[in-house]
Design a binder for this molecule. Structure first.
Ligand SMILES: [Zn+2]
Length: 355
């Protein structure tokens, strides 16, 4: 036993000397011994770089393991693939921004879209107390823009952008990274985010569209949208087409193609000029119902008859509540920052960082 205890320090010393010998590059010849001081001094000077390299090798796997642990995985129901994808929140947001806003738009507008997309996902996700996608139980969100938010897969983005894929992908990734973890909150909770393509100059109060008031979804001005190509459009129907569509939506309304011009009448408008109620034959229906029946781009419309054609002049695109994407683009083009734009369209909200 005593012999073993005595031999241990010698074994350790031998090992240290062997390691030192190897570290010094095992000098054997005269010239190698002579060059040793220079090599030691070079090694000493390079030590910080070597230590940094060793530290980064040690740290990187730890950091990525931590990131993986912390990255919340969303259950995204991909309606096209009919499958659930597990995606990190930030990866999901990249796909939403790509689907919901032209990637060539100003960076500050893309950043607004990223915050809006992230806030909506967080509000819906079970991980943050949400109830998930209403149409697809078991999923946090789906990729149907009519239900949750549009979403483009990496392959879908390549197909959509073609030759411009690289710069556009980079723009979207940058906008998402620049707002990483940022969500809009009201009284400490993620807000109910609604947005639309264009408001037609003034956004709508949620109470007018969804019959419930939300403090931060009130009507605000949205100047500069005129440059948006879908700002104002004409949608034309023959009287026969329009009567059929209206009868399909309101079977007991009693409209007839020949009499249709006299069977349509405005009943009431919202404060922003959107059709709130109108008479269709013998029924009074909501503007949003007429919009859905005829596939109009918004409820901000007027109409007139020319011969046997019914012409709807429609301004804006979408329900008009929350952020106008065209308005966000206009504000960004004027030099407004993402935070200013979001504060304009969602008044009273606070931009917060996810823990
Ligand atoms: Zn959904």
């Amino acid at each position: 036993m005593r012999g073993k205890k005595k031999s241990l320090p010698w074994a350790v010393l031998g090992l240290v000397l062997a390691l030192l010998w190897c570290a010094l590059g095992a000098p054997l010849t005269q010239s190698e011994w002579e060059g040793l001081p220079a090599r030691i001094s070079r090694g000493w000077r390079q030590m910080p770089v070597q230590l940094a390299r060793i530290f980064s090798l040690w740290y990187t796997p730890q950091a990525s393991a931590m990131a993986q642990e912390e990255a919340p995985l969303l259950r995204v129901y991909d309606t096209e693939a009919d499958a659930v994808r597990l995606l990190s929140l930030e990866n999901y947001v990249i796909g939403v921004v790509a689907a919901e806003m032209p990637a060539s738009w100003p960076e500050e507008a893309l950043k607004c879209q990223a915050v809006a997309a992230r806030t909506r996902a967080v509000g819906s996700s079970g991980m943050y107390g949400g109830t998930g996608c209403a149409s697809h139980p078991g999923a946090d969100v789906c990729t149907d823009s009519a239900c949750c938010q549009g979403w483009l897969s990496p392959e879908g983005r390549k197909a959509k952008w073609g030759d411009s894929w690289q710069p556009l992908e980079q723009r979207v990734e940058q906008a998402v990274a620049a707002t990483r973890g940022q969500v809009l909150t009201y009284e400490g909770e993620p807000i109910e985010v609604l947005y639309h393509a264009a408001s037609g100059g003034q956004t709508e109060d949620a109470a007018e569209v969804f019959s419930r008031s939300v403090p931060y979804l009130c009507s605000v001005e949205s100047p500069g949208e005129e440059s948006y190509e879908g700002y104002a459009v004409e949608q034309r129907f023959t009287l026969e087409e329009a009567a059929q569509l209206l009868l399909a939506a309101f079977p007991d309304c009693g409209v007839e193609a020949g009499a249709l011009p006299s069977q349509l009448e405005m009943v009431s408008l919202s404060d922003t000029g959107r059709v709130k109620e109108m008479r269709v034959g013998n029924r009074t229906v909501e503007g949003v119902e007429v919009r859905a029946a005829l596939g109009l781009r918004s409820t901000l419309f007027t109409w007139e008859t020319e011969g046997d054609t019914l012409i709807f002049r429609v301004r804006g695109y979408g329900h008009g509540v929350g952020m106008s994407q065209a308005g966000a683009r206009a504000m960004a083009a004027e030099g407004d920052a993402c935070q200013t734009i979001l504060a304009h369209y969602y008044p009273g909200t606070v931009l917060a960082q996810l823990p």
